[in-house]
Design a protein around this ligand. Sequence first.
Ligand code: XMP
Length: 528
Amino acid sequence: MHQRILILDYGSQVTQLIARRVREAGAYCEIHPGDVSDEFIRSQEGLKGIILSGSHASVYAEDALQVPAAAFNAGVPVLGICYGMQAMARQLGGVTEGSDKREFGYAEVRAHGHTKLLDGIQDFTTAEGHGMLKVWMSHGDKVTALPPGFKLMASTPTCPIAGMADEDRGFYAVQFHPEVTHTVQGAALFQRFVRDICGCVGDWNMPDYVQEAIANIREQVGDEEVILALSGGVDSSVAAALIHQAIGDKLTCVFVDHGLLRLNEAQQVMSTFADNMGLKIIHIDASDRFLGKLAGVTDPEAKRKIIGREFVEIFQEEAAKLSNARWLAQGTIYPDVIESAAAKSGKATGIKSHHNVGGLPDTLNLKLLEPLRELFKDEVRKLGVALGLPPAMVYRHPFPGPGLGVRILGEIKREYADLLRQADAIFIEELRNTVDQETGKNWYDLTSQAFTVFLPVKSVGVMGDARTYEYVVAMRAVQTTDFMTADWAELPYSLLKRTSGRIINEVRGINRVTYDVSSKPPATIEWE
Ligand code: XMP
């Protein structure tokens, strides 16, 4: 049983970042809705602290959530952030006032009163000797009178109470957002709260977690057999590697190749997992079946549905053959869990729609094994590396379930997929091989997702003395943290030039390359 920090969510878009920070500080944490019951809070075993998140709402809104009383009576430190601070002030006898004016963006906050939370943490000192923090603010309402027992902890000229603390009770609150990277000392603040104030010992770390996760899987499944749909993506790959370490041959993976994978991808998956790690994998080359069903279909959503449905059908056929399997393993990760809980409660704003290739049906009558349910993506990656997966696989860009199916505009043909695969491989190779002088990183790592798109139109070109009339591909590279918004990447011209030159010279059938300079929104990352 780990020590834990409970994060109560009042609807901020960045609550997950709080959880990331807490885990970086070495403590296990969970996010739950801000209006959980008092009993729920009292039932938290190993509870060491509570964090109240921000919110898009005002504490004055009619449906504003109250912080459960038990949060303030649990005998553990509480940190309020933005709305969390305002709600804390209001519920403990201070005053929070509404305002039409929003303060948004960079701010410099002065620390007051030598609190444990801010002691020794600062970005610079003013001429008068005040410790200052560079922070990110985003609020309308603000606290205008401290609750009894609290002292001033931080201020800005426009927000005189930008932080407050009642150190006897271990209550701290800040108006700014320490969870976002723009707050320079954010990680230090969480480290201070989690380790020094809550007294967490740092029992959340990847090497220990691997052993614990393996023991849990063994206990859960006992002698029963497990099947898993391996896509080659990060989550299913790490889940497969982990379960394999736990139960070896009692895991069977089904890898369905729909013919819309990247160049050599199927071979890579088989060599990594089957040859090197010794996993039992059923490799199904179903490209004829998929491409047959997709013939003549041009509508993007129709294509997605066909690919999803076919995938589920094939997986079911294979599962039926494995009569001993009692468990279906899935690479569900913690953000999926939070999102689906939020979707069910209808509370979160801006929920990302799920794009996964059709959920596997209940009719399989299998119990669900989801060993990554507690992990964030970067923790899944660390786990993958700890399990011996190649870093290049673990740190790969995301790849959509329908694969090249949504990167070939309109009708999908094998010929198009073959051309696209080659062009895409060249682009990725050039991104990996081109290092940015400023950061020392290669452009694959500097972008969040990069690929080429096949345009089924022909344009005229000239090669040698001859006229050509061939297809076009577009290169797409974006930078994003959440994939809900994204900027097109400002790749160096030299990289674009080299890549387009190579694609046109090396891929027979393509004579023109363009670069997509659209950001999301209004464009999406994929073209379909
Ligand atoms: P868009 O194009 O919506 O993409 O900006 C956002 C992210 O989602 C991925 N994506 C998909 N993933 N099945 C998937 O598994 C899909 O149908 C699908 N469509 C888009 C996309 O690659 C990007 O990372």
